[in-house]
Design a protein around this ligand. Sequence first.
Ligand SMILES: Cc1cc2nc3c(=O)[nH]c(=O)nc-3n(C[C@H](O)[C@H](O)[C@H](O)COP(=O)(O)OP(=O)(O)OC[C@H]3O[C@@H](n4cnc5c(N)ncnc54)[C@H](O)[C@@H]3O)c2cc1C
Length: 497
Amino acid sequence: MADKFDLVIIGGGNAGYIPAIRASQLGMKVALIEKREGGHLGGTCLNVGCIPTKALLQTAHLLHDAKNGEDFGVKVGEVEFDYPQAAKRREQVVNQLRKGVQGLMKKNKVTVYNGVGSFVEPKKIKVETSDGEEELETEHVLISTGSAVSTLPGLDFDGEKVISSDNIVTNDESYPGSVIVLGSGAVGVEFASMYHDFGTEVTIVELLDRIVPLEDPEISEALKKEFEDRGIRVLTSTKADPESLEKTDDGVKITVAGAGSGEQEETEGEGGSYGGEDAPTGEASEADGETLEAEAILVAVGRRTVTEDLNLDVTNVELDDRGIIQVDEYGRTAEDGVYAAGDVIGGYWLAHAAGHEGIIAVEHMAGENPMPMDQNLVPRVTFCRPEVASFGLTKAQAEEEGYEVKESKFPFRAIGKALIEGEPNGFFKIVADAETDLILGMHAIGPKVTDLITEGVFAKLVEGTPQELGMTIHPHPSLSEIVGESAMAVEGHPIHF
Ligand SMILES: Cc1cc2nc3c(=O)[nH]c(=O)nc-3n(C[C@H](O)[C@H](O)[C@H](O)COP(=O)(O)OP(=O)(O)OC[C@H]3O[C@@H](n4cnc5c(N)ncnc54)[C@H](O)[C@@H]3O)c2cc1C
């Protein structure tokens, strides 16, 4: 007899294990299926994404601080970098969190299967484990099978010279002395920043005319300047020719050209942040015809959705031509009782968006009345140095949508705490509707902006105005003062600038 559940979730990443907990809190009997080796839950984010990358970036920041402590009166002599130890710590953090997620499943009485999940019928799911097959009957299904690295034809990953983000965060031994980073979305710039702090020679190759191309253009410009000042080479409007890739004894060679020339290669990924890219603009490249050489090439051009094992043909679930599962604002697919959440439904390919979408889906299937998903409330975060964060619309996007816009820009150099921390570069922007005063978006580059942005998201959620943010008393000295100052600047009366 098949086991019976109220909900079967396929995929144990953020869009899977988080809603599993919420569904259990709502009284549902829940099964969670995860195919990853070792049965590790947490998906891309915990195993090969957010967590291991940020653990390595923390080492990179510390290394940078240790080398630059003299200004603060801290002399540490010659600073040594022990990569295997950094990798060991990365794994310790990942393992501790894996155990935590496992414990949460137990606490919430979620039945976890380690195997591949697929549809037999819309309400019958097969799990293939190493011990055989099992069928689960269910009222509801949540598909949260996420995404995987993708590459360009001709740039197959070998894990050594042609590498992916997965390869970097599972390498315990070494890192390249020089690297070409193909693509400058969140993944590309985070690894570029990290490697440069490790002492690696870094060249970024970006097809579009600016790096972090989904961010406000002034942020792209500011980040490019910061990177170039640090010694990272940044080639925008530049296309690498995969056919020219040559593996040598020492690494790789690849020829680049202006992005305007020839046909464009497209990746399968979409969405913002840790997802895919946009169309090129055809601007000239300073490196047209140059052959770049490095020990490795990191291909960070996007990701693809994972749906191949699901046997979706027996359902009415619809995919678009990029493999994105089509859902409404509650995560409902075209098949009755079948929902989807996370990277597999497109939108912003971010862990917190994935978890939130999953919660909305299970609350909706449980008959609650959740607020529908609003992509404008998703904070987009990039943890390079300096950090980048934003949500909602840029000024240009808001104007395109017909808003009459007011915008502020407030610099970190006017914030005491930024000077104290030795990070005076960067700025905070607030975009608001001139007619209603409602906040439309925020865009920031500088110290800890990935934390600071949340205050703005909350203000937008509760339909707050810049005046109210400006009236909020921020502790002094703190970096958060920049939120209040930028809010007052929208009204034309910042205090410290
Ligand atoms: C290098 C990198 C860094 C990142 N850093 C950040 C960050 O700092 N902040 C942030 O918000 N986001 C970050 N992201 C993005 C984030 O990891 C994803 O948005 C998030 O993991 C999406 O969660 P998900 O549950 O939708 O999918 P996934 O995390 O991909 O999980 C899907 C799971 O489903 C399993 N699965 C697939 N098919 C089946 C099947 N048929 N049966 C059983 N199991 C199946 C997979 O094994 C996987 O574990 C990063 C991504 C990368 C690659």
